[in-house]
Design a protein around this ligand. Structure first.
Ligand SMILES: Cc1cc2nc3c(=O)[nH]c(=O)nc-3n(C[C@H](O)[C@H](O)[C@H](O)COP(=O)(O)O)c2cc1C
Length: 359
């Protein structure tokens, strides 16, 4: 490795460590904009089902998962990622959850970084993994290189993340989004796994969601505001008297909430599945999002909090989320996810409106 490569590699390590540390810092969570609390699932005092009949399994990406919840993309390619990914993969495999890995950007120019996946596959050969690459890398990549990332991971699908706010405030950022839709369309055509577009916590508007209809996406994870906020995280990585820190403060509330983004998704009548994440902190939160139309629901920060404590802690948390999800189904009288998405299962707290008003 030459000096320049070594410096780049050291910077990359520091950036990834900062991200993990700051994503566990309460200042970087946009909790005040989380509107999941505005939704109530409606209690059914006579559900006419037994708890063991509640069936939260879901079919997607050509596979069946035990619950419609997944681990959102977090980490990959640095010294701290291996332990975290081993814990995530072990528990996701045991509990049959889908697991997103963090950005595989490093693998684009450093093939040795793929060794992480060989280790993961040894301990969790069957775990369903979803690859990850940023749109600002995608626009300058060959599709064969993205296929190589997918193959190295033995991925079930690939996430493409779009994160304009984050790239603007990241000191090493690459805010390069021109031609992004064309690159996405090409990827959907050429890569041999389903492609899912995701934000990282700023959500999607109606007009953005319209622009990506009919380009071949299998799903969009709206990843809205209400949880981890990447403008805040990147801002706090700079000195408090710097331009980036101060401008990031101005944008600390930027984004479209998860509930609103999902609602925007329903409004465009998409040809892709709608997944939701951003600020999901319990199985009850996940059940609310499924009730209002999400096919799958993702979580990052609460999963990371437990994963850094180890396998037992993560297993307990995921078991709790599954239990909460099933209780929400039971107490709304929903035997299946299709039941949860039909009938009068939820209302908005303040405005007492129903699903029909919402869409
Ligand atoms: C430590 C950490 C690293 C992340 N890295 C990535 C990444 O590499 N690629 C990506 O698409 N999203 C990444 N995310 C964003 C999450 O996938 C998710 O969209 C966002 O954190 C909002 O979810 P949350 O509120 O449950 O944390 C990361 C999140 C965390 C907490």
């Amino acid at each position: 490795m030459n000096t320049l490569d070594r410096e780049e590699s050291e910077k990359f390590e520091l950036r990834k460590q900062d991200h993990i540390k700051l994503s566990l810092d309460p200042r970087t969570e946009a909790r005040e904009f989380n509107d999941l609390d505005q939704i109530d699932l409606i209690h059914d005092a006579l559900p006419e089902i037994n708890f063991d009949q509640v069936n939260p399994t879901v079919k997607t990406l050509g596979t069946e998962l035990s619950v419609p919840m997944f681990v959102s993309s977090m980490t990959a390619g640095h010294s701290g990622s291996i332990n975290i990914n081993e814990v995530l993969a072990t528990v996701c495999s045991r509990r049959n959850w889908l697991m997103g890995v963090g950005s595989q950007r490093r693998e684009l120019h450093d093939i040795s970084a793929q060794s992480e996946w060989k280790r993961i596959r040894k301990i969790a050969p069957k775990v369903k993994l979803v690859g990850n690459i940023g749109i600002s890398q995608l626009v300058i990549s060959n599709m064969t290189d993205i296929q190589r990332l997918v193959d190295g991971l033995e991925a079930t699908a690939v996430f493409v993340h779009t994160n304009p706010l984050q790239e603007c405030f990241q000191p090493e950022g690459t805010p390069r989004f021109a031609d992004g839709i064309r690159a996405l369309e090409k990827l959907c055509r050429e890569v041999r796994v389903p492609v899912i577009l995701k934000e990282v916590g700023c959500g999607f508007s109606v007009s953005t969601l319209k622009k990506i209809k009919n380009i071949g996406l299998t799903a969009v994870d709206v990843a809205g505001r209400g949880g981890t906020h990447w403008g805040r995280i990147e801002g706090y990585r700079s000195q408090s008297n710097s331009l980036l820190y101060q401008a990031a403060q101005t944008f600390k509330d930027w984004g479209i909430s998860t509930v609103e983004s999902l609602r925007n998704g329903k409004a465009v009548n998409p040809d892709y599945e709608l997944w939701a994440s951003g600020g999901v902190r319990s199985g009850l939160d996940a059940a609310k999002l499924v009730a209002i139309g999400a096919n799958l629901v993702g979580m990052a920060r609460p999963i990371l909090e437990s994963a850094v404590e180890g396998e037992i802690s993560l297993d307990k948390k995921m078991q709790r989320f599954e239990y909460e999800f099933k209780v929400a189904m039971m107490c709304t009288g929903a035997k299946t996810l299709a039941d949860l998405q039909t009938g009068e299962r939820w209302k908005l707290k303040k405005i007492n409106s129903t699903f029909e008003d919402f869409i």
